[in-house]
Structures are given as C-alpha cells and as structure tokens.
Write a protein that binds this ligand. Structure first.
Ligand code: FES
Length: 600
C-alpha cells in the first residue's frame, strides 16, 4: 500500500498514512482528536479543516488522502475545545489558574502593605504563610525600585477561598508564568508545557516511564516497592524522569525551570503512590486499598521536582486502588460531570478503566484485561513499534496489512490483532467460540489467496497475516495462532464483562448507551467497527463511538489552568461510585458469556 505524509498545522506534527485513509484517521494517529458529532458520515460539517496553501475547506471525515498534504486544523473542529465550551468551562474560567502573578508598581514597604495592595487588586483577602514571610520580607527590603511581582496561590475548600503569597520577584515578571500538566502512565510519561494566563499548550514532550525496568505492569512495580529500598528506587526513577522532561521542554522553548510555577499530575493510583513515596504493599493484596486517595499539594523541593521552589506540585485525587487520578482527569476532560447523554468512557490498557453514566450517576470499574491487547503474550505480538502490523484489511479476496513506519512486518500490535480477529470471524476461519474451524467447514467460495494463508504453528492451526509465499511455504510469516485468539478472548471478555456489570449497576442495557468515548493511546488506533465485531465494545452504531486521545493529559491541563476544573476533579472523585468487578456475584457468569465472539 502507498503511504503519504500529512503535516498538521498549527501543531506542526507530521504523520505517514496509507493511500485512501481519511484526514480524520490521520489526525487521530497523532493524537489530534476532531469533533465528530455525526460519527464521521459527512452530515454535520463539524470536522471541517483547511488544505494548505489553498485554504480550501474540506471535511476531515470524508477527505481521502491521495498525496502528501499540509492541513490546518481550526480550534472549532477540535474535540476538546468543543467539550470545554459545551460544558461551560469558558475561556475566561480556563485562564484562571490556581497560581497567578500580580504586578505592584509601587513597591510595598512590608508584608502588611503588600497584602493590602494585593487586596486592592484582586478584591479578596490574601495572607502570607509564616514559611514564606521571612523570605518575602527580606526581598521587599532590597527589591523596591522597579516594583514587585507577587506570586499568589489560591487555596480553596468547600467553605472558603484563601489566597496566599508564595514569593515576590523584582520588577514586572507577569509575562513569565508557565505550568506543566503531566500524565504519568505505567509505560509512558507525557508532559505538556502550558502558558498559564492563556491556557495555551506551548510544547509537549514525552519519555518512556523508566520504572519499566523494574516491572512492566503495576503489579510488578508494587511488588518491587515492598521494601523501603525498592520504593525509594522507583520514586527516584520517576522524579528523575520528570526532571529530565522539565529540562527538555525548557530547552525546547528557551525558558528556565524557574519559570515553571506549577506541575499537575494525573497518574494511576500506583504511579501517584510511587511519586509521593506512599506505602504500596496494601495495594497489592486484597482488598487492594490505597494508602491515600486524596488530592495532594506538595512543595517541589520536598519531593525533588525542579521547578520554581516557590511553586506547587498538585496530584489529582484517585478513586480506588485501581481507578486512579488519570481516570478522574479523563472523566473531567470528557465532560462527564455535565453530560445528559448516557456515556461510556473506556481506556484500554493492561488494566482497562471504564466509567459509565450521566451527570446524575457515574459508576467506574477497573478490568484486569492483561497485556494481550498491548501485544504481550501473543506469539508474534509487540507494542506499537516499527515493523508491527497495526492494521489488517480485507480487499480483493485477500488481506493487506499496514505496518508501522512501512517496515517489513515482524510483529503485530493491539489494533492489528483486533482487525485480524474480526476478519478471521467474518471469513469463518474462527467460530464464535474462538476455535479455528475445520477446513471442511469453510465457505466453498473462500478465495485461494485466503486458503493458502491457513497453516499450522507448533502443530495447531494458524492464519498468516504477512510474509513471503514461495512454492507452498511462507517465509518471514507473521501469523495468528489458536493461542493468540484465546488470549484476545480473555482480554476482551474482561473489558466487556466490566461494561456489562456497570450497565447492570445502573439498570441500563446496551441500547441505552448514547455515546462511547475511547481514551488512551490504544483507543486512538483501533478500527471502531472491528472492536464492535469482536465484542470488545457493545453493539452500538459506530457513529456513537468517538476517540478522545490522551484525555487524562487534557484533564491534568484543565486542572492546571482552571480553579473551577480543579474543584470539579475533587467533586468527581467523591461522586463517582467505584464498583469492584471481581466481587460481583454475577462476575463469573458474565465473564464466561463475554468470552464468546458475536455471531455475524
Ligand atoms: Fe465529518 Fe460530521 S461531517 S464528522
């Protein structure tokens, strides 16, 4: 298949994608999520983008890529922009960060006068904590000529709002006020540098989570952190990762770490515990209790994060031992606190997190899907990396594959696995139980090209997805084995059983789901119809399924730039009911039912 480059502006992000793909798919591949209220069928016109340099408007969901392109994506076509507006978290509120700067032209003589002058500007009382007062007093004694800039922070609880002065800087430094929103994933850490006053993303950097060397999943990290030394190692490892991302992003836009005044963190419960060096042993044993679920504010120096020492590190609240702040942040970003439509949010990973409901009732669960959908425990499986088959299509009586970086296929990653299973079901190569069918049961019209892909691997039936066919044998074959199909069944049954139990909890059935939001990197790459075909997602029309990308990162960004969003995150953590799936009496029965693939 031919591939072309699409260059998205103003994000300045490039992606390679196959001939005939839509601009909507290309944008999704690089995490630019467009708004698609009509589900991408070309009716609503909301996904409008501009081809450059002609400035011609086209619908991203309909425009098929047949050559290299440069494309401008207006804010009005972006999903999150729309969500923010839709739920009345207005631009004004959005640029209302917890940490702010105020320039005072006439330098105050002491801290009392400083507080009075600030009161005169913000019309709200302002205090100076004893920890800061001596330092501020000293600075006031020398920094008087060009006025001073006060760094103030809002502390808000259910009853009162309190501003406090954290520091003062000489002269007018109000133009320099940055924050970083971080999504600490088990595998990847993503940091967005935000200009706080404008709530604008300035740069994004990411890195692999270095804790991976001590275990790929949260369970092995918890085991490693059982000893004090193990906990210390994992804590230092994530702190040094954060510091190197801070350094990297500062170099990228030519600012200093001191220009960063707040960092917000949305990680899963284990990642948050490791960052704060909370004891973890109890998270690895039933009943899997977190040491703390509360949101936390920390002095950067106390935990070793190198931003402005007068700044703040805010960790969003968790919901339970296995539904963390990342899910709270994603729920916030997707506006589930305000939605009238029954919405299912699904984040597929080793642990699949799901949230279902409306603004009135929200229920969440964690499903132990295992790593199969991330390519682990699959014979030719891998994560999404160079040489991995990421897409499988059936055309002209044969199958064709898309391989990451257009390399020779050597593995298959999660999105390719879902496609492959869907096609194998459609072709009758496997039956709804997951068993490879006997060749005698095959459709007599099955093409010769498909038939020759049927082979064996370690004495069991297998299906070749890619390879070189020579005189009846396959070289460099990448194939799906019977064992792989079983692994996919187990993973999809875990997620689907979780969805079924949340629906039961809310006395809903699948027909009442009005919207499905797929979050996380993995969700971005899967073919919606194939996820429905294999029963990973409920049987809803594909136009009701939307990709929302790194929603956890967006939630962390909202909490960084908006005081009201920060409060909403806290309220969500109290409001969402957590359902312990494995403790439900119907779990085994529902799980067994979900192991089957749907009939055609
Ligand atoms: Fe493209 Fe509706 S017209 S999503």
């Amino acid at each position: 298949m031919k591939h072309y480059q699409v260059h998205f502006q103003p994000d300045d992000i490039k992606v390679m994608i196959h001939h005939g793909a839509t601009l909507l798919e290309a944008a999704g591949l690089v995490g630019i999520i467009l708004t698609t209220p009509c589900g991408g069928v070309g009716r609503c016109g909301k996904c409008c983008v501009q081809l450059l340099p002609s400035k011609k408007d086209v619908l991203a969901c309909q425009f098929r890529i047949e050559h290299d392109l440069e494309v401008y994506i207006p804010d009005s076509s972006r999903f999150f922009k729309q969500k923010i507006l839709e739920h009345a978290i207005s631009r004004e509120v959005d640029s209302d960060p917890v940490i702010q700067k105020i320039f005072i032209a006439q330098s105050p003589s002491g801290i009392q006068q400083l507080c009075q002058q600030i009161f005169g500007i913000i019309q709200a009382p302002c205090i100076i904590d004893t920890v800061h007062s001596d330092g501020i007093q000293e600075k006031l004694a020398v920094n008087t000529e060009n006025g001073v800039t006060a760094l103030i922070a809002c502390r808000q609880d259910a009853n009162a709002i309190q501003w406090s002065v954290m520091d003062i800087e000489e002269g007018d430094t109000t133009d320099t006020l940055f924050g970083i929103a971080v999504d600490i994933g088990t595998t990847t850490v993503v940091a967005r540098l935000i200009e706080l006053q404008k709530a604008r993303i300035v740069a994004t950097v990411s890195a692999g989570n270095p804790q991976a060397q001590y275990g790929a999943d949260v369970i092995s990290r918890i085991a490693h952190a059982e000893t004090e030394l193990g906990l210390d190692t994992l804590n230092k490892s994530i702190i040094s990762c954060l510091n190197s991302l801070i350094e990297k992003v500062c170099r990228k836009v030519d600012i200093q770490p001191n220009d960063i005044y707040e960092l917000t963190v949305a990680g899963n419960t284990t990642m948050n515990h490791l960052l704060l060096k909370y004891p973890l042993r109890q998270l690895g044993q039933a009943p899997y209790k977190a040491y703390s679920l509360e949101a936390s504010d920390q002095n950067p120096g106390n935990i070793g994060v190198q931003i402005n020492p007068a700044g703040n590190i805010h960790i969003l609240p968790n919901l339970s031992g296995f539904v963390g702040a990342d899910t709270i942040a994603a729920t916030l970003a997707c506006g589930m606190d305000a939605t009238e439509a029954a919405t299912l949010l699904v984040d597929i990973g080793t642990n699949g997190e799901i949230v279902y409901g409306t603004k009135d009732t929200l229920v969440a669960a964690s499903c132990a899907a295992g790593p199969a959908l991330e390519g682990a425990e699959i014979e030719f499986g891998s994560r999404a990396q160079t040489g991995a088959i990421e897409r499988v299509v059936f055309e002209e009586k044969d199958i064709d594959v898309d391989v990451i970086d257009q390399a020779e296929a050597v593995t298959i990653c999660g999105s390719g696995l879902i496609d492959a299973v869907a096609i194998m079901l459609d072709l009758g190569i496997i039956e709804p139980t997951g068993r490879f069918t006997d060749p005698l049961e095959h459709d007599p019209m099955m093409s010769a090209k498909i038939k020759r892909r049927l082979t064996t691997y370690e004495n069991a039936p297998a299906f070749v997805l890619s390879g070189k066919y020579n005189n009846g044998t396959w070289d460099h074959a990448v194939m799906m084995t019977q064992k792989d199909v079983r692994q996919i069944q187990l993973a999809k049954a875990a997620i689907r059983a979780g969805i079924s139990l949340l629906l039961r909890k809310t006395a809903h059935d699948e027909s009442q789901i009005q919207k499905i939001l797929l979050a996380g990197a993995f969700g971005n790459y899967i073919q919606r119809e194939n996820a429905v075909r294999i029963g990973l997602l409920p049987n809803v029309p594909v136009e009701k399924i939307h990709f929302v990308g790194n929603a956890a990162g967006t939630g962390a960004q909202m909490v960084l730039t908006s005081r009201s969003a920060r409060n909403l995150a806290k309220k969500l953590a109290q409001k969402i009911e957590y359902l312990e799936i494995a403790h439900q009496s119907e779990f085994q029965m529902v799980f067994s039912e979900c192991l089957f693939f749907p009939e055609k």
